[in-house]
Design a protein around this ligand. Structure first.
Ligand SMILES: Nc1nc2c(ncn2[C@@H]2O[C@H](COP(=O)(O)OP(=O)(O)OP(=O)(O)O)[C@@H](O)[C@H]2O)c(=O)[nH]1
Length: 451
């Protein structure tokens, strides 16, 4: 998402930076490009018009014209205005009411409500809360089963409705159920329709009345572009939603919904869904998103993602072993496991400045299958072989390949990677004999474990 928009912005910025002195005509030309880029990204027309005119007003003013770096100043203004458009700052969930507090999830069919309910439960659980899932979508029985399965995967309780129970009765019973399970937060998944209709809105209003939810979050599919904004406007009018969760931001939607929803409805985007996996829900940070869209990267999110996946203590332990030259194939396997947890390296690369433009990096990804094979190969070795790989001769290689269901070539590849890594490390740290200063050693360690 946003790739086209980012490429267009980068082009405009190159043009602006290339001008020693900016004239009003230059700025107008650049802003014409900005306007076109936003319209092509499916941003709401009114939003684009206001956004561009705000930038124009500031860009042709004193602030820029008298500056020594006018191009940079305009870029700064675009960045600031984009942050404002996206909502200024991250808006956390408000879960302060008496226990259990309720989060009501609403939205059209297929927007990702059920998945998002489970993702949210996982996030709250990680934050130390005790959420409970409530399926109130009685029109699609599979939705109840889907939520029950997801609750099992996330490890949170899920209320089981009785046969033919109405949504109103489900949520009333779920309030008692939450008490019995010592849950402090109810996350209620409601029914979706293909279009907004009267019956649905009335049902949602009744649920709202029973539950007095702290949060009513509208789940919208970013891939639906302008429609997402219309849906948000309609739900807000009927239910006074407290926030929006934009799903499928990992897809190739043009991004218009993300850029218009806040401006059109006045409701904050609180979370974004960035994948089908249950941990693919992120807090929406307007400043980080703005940097990402403008091709300035989003280093903070990249660091957070990597830190979540990498066990720092384990990384330190492995580094120490490398430094002491006592790194074995067992340690190599531990490291591969960490890499596997990192999962989508390509997602992290996308968050780094400039890399969005590099095609080869964009297409780069950690080949999970290869990592799994490498682990199986190491698992098929004896303890002695893992500690002293030099004893692995041709017949041992054949045995290891058979045992791991791979080939001798693959075994050779793993052994080669392991050797290369050791060699590289010896060069970097001088086999632990390096008498570098503490700071130099720290720098070397960073070079190896960039996170
Ligand atoms: N790529 C991607 N897929 C998502 C995301 N969120 C949800 N999905 C997928 O979207 C599809 C629909 O999600 P559901 O959670 O079943 O949608 P729903 O809104 O509950 O649908 P109804 O119960 O029919 O109203 C599923 O295949 C999800 O895996 C996301 O952030 N990214």
């Amino acid at each position: 998402m946003f790739e086209n928009l980012t490429a267009r912005f980068e082009k405009v910025f190159r043009f602006l930076k290339g001008q020693g002195k900016l004239t009003e005509a230059n700025i107008k030309e650049a802003l014409r490009e900005v306007r076109l880029a936003l319209l092509e990204a499916d941003v709401n027309y009114r939003v684009v018009k206001d956004f561009v005119s705000r930038i124009q007003e500031r860009a042709v003013g004193q602030e820029v014209m008298s500056s020594l770096t006018p191009g940079q100043q305009v870029i700064k203004i675009v960045h600031e205005e984009l942050i404002k458009l996206l909502g200024e700052k991250a808006e956390p969930l408000s879960l302060k009411g008496p226990s259990p507090v309720t989060v009501l999830l609403v939205g059209l069919q297929g927007s990702g409500k059920t998945t998002t309910a489970a993702k949210l439960a996982l996030k709250l659980k990680k934050d130390g809360r005790h959420p409970c899932l409530v399926p109130a979508d009685v029109y699609r029985p599979a939705a109840i089963e889907q939520l029950r399965v997801l609750a099992g995967q996330v490890g949170v309780p899920c209320y089981e409705p009785g046969q033919g129970e109405s949504p109103e009765s489900i949520v009333k019973a779920a309030l008692n159920y939450a008490g019995s399970q010592r849950c402090d937060t109810l996350i209620v998944d409601t029914a979706g329709r293909l279009h907004i209709d009267r019956d649905l809105m009335e049902e949602l209003r009744r649920l709202k009345q029973i539950l007095s939810p702290e949060e009513i979050l509208l789940v919208v599919d970013a891939m639906t572009g302008q429609d997402a904004v219309n849906v948000a406007e309609a739900f807000h009018k009927e239910l006074s939603i407290t926030g929006v969760i934009l799903t499928k931001l990992d897809g190739d939607a043009r991004g218009g919904a993300a850029l218009s929803v806040r401006a059109v409805t006045g409701c904050p985007i609180k979370f974004v869904g960035v994948g089908e996996k249950l941990d693919a829900l992120e807090i929406f940070h307007p400043d980080r998103m703005s940097s990402r869209i403008l091709g300035m990267g989003d280093i903070l999110s990249a660091i957070e993602k990597a830190q979540e996946a990498i066990d720092q203590e384990e990384a330190e332990r492995l580094f120490k072993k490398l430094q002491e030259d006592s790194f074995t194939l067992e340690d190599f396997r531990d490291q591969l496991r960490q890499l596997r947890r990192l999962g989508s390296l390509d997602q992290i690369l996308k968050l780094l400045p400039g890399t969005g433009m590099l095609k080869e990096l964009r297409n780069m990804h950690v080949d999970m299958k290869e990592l799994i094979h490498a682990e199986a190969i190491i698992n098929s070795m004896t303890k002695e072989e893992r500690r002293k790989p030099e004893i692995i001769n041709a017949s041992r290689k054949r045995r290891i390949a058979r045992g791991s269901g791979t080939s001798v070539q693959e075994v050779n590849r793993v052994l080669r990677s392991f050797e290369q890594m050791r060699k590289m490390m010896r060069q970097m740290v001088g086999t632990g004999r390096s008498s570098g200063t503490k700071a130099a050693k720290k720098k070397k360690r960073r070079a190896f474990f960039p996170f």
